[in-house]
Ligand binder design. Sequence first.
Ligand code: PHE
Ligand code: CA
Ligand code: ZN
Ligand code: ZN
Ligand code: ZN
Length: 287
Amino acid sequence: PPDISVDNVKAHLQQLQTIASNNGGNRRAGSAGYTQSVAYIKQKLQAAGYTVSEQACPSGSCTYPSNNLIAEWPQGDANNVYMLGAHLDGVSAGPGINDNGSGSAALLEVALTLAQKNPTLSKRIRFAWWTDEEQGLNGSDYYVNAIGATERAKIKSYLNFDMIGSTNGGYFINHVNSATATYLKEYWTTLGLAPEENTEGAGRSDDYSFEQAGIPTSGYAAGASARKTSAQAQKWGGTANAAFDPCYHSSCDSYPSNINSTLLDRASDGIAYSIWKAAVTDTPPPN
Ligand code: PHE
Ligand code: CA
Ligand code: ZN
Ligand code: ZN
Ligand code: ZN
């Protein structure tokens, strides 16, 4: 699997910060900052050769009508979809850099790396950037229901990335002991990080929209307003009895101050590791 450049992930975060700063300080769903965030990611994906679409989430489904962004790499079995997503919207209080510029930027850089490496694939890789998560997982819920049962059945798993660069973060995995978590867990375990179940985030991000539809889910998270325990500080470093992200839903959720590069890098590399282990079939070179 490739080593994802954390410098490139951080360059995407810098762009999202600039977009927020130029548009009243936030990227809330339906705002100009959100629309420009979609446009930034979309143009990168189109230039790389992705099949990209925007799905409008209407009033009645989304509190702030605005678009989901879906990108598919046109290789691999279209009936066997390996899907990954992150919400691109933030709250109105701040620029939304860890929540959730972090997951959005990591997925973008993984997608661009996949296009550049262009390996032979057994599965179809589909990426999504969701709107209106902050008002109740609305963009992802709309998508899962709108595509219908036949398309839903093609999605064999969904991996979610929400807050993966928390400054005092930990190594959390949704449904950590499930088959869907296998490669995400394997990567962090190989690094000696002893990941734990994402109890804080259960039912609180877009993976829950897929879970409710019966699709197996997992994902990485570094933690929000909950506090790191002494045991967690001992095994992962950081500050005990302090929040994983002290700027959660605040104006200080900004770039670069509210991003932990080590966590962001290890999550980004683990996402690529999972895609390659799950779907890349390139035979090793003869020796
Ligand atoms: N879904 C939450 C949000 O976007 C993020 C969160 C993740 C909160 C994990 C708690 C635990 O605000
Ligand atoms: Ca890396
Ligand atoms: Zn979030
Ligand atoms: Zn949030
Ligand atoms: Zn669950």
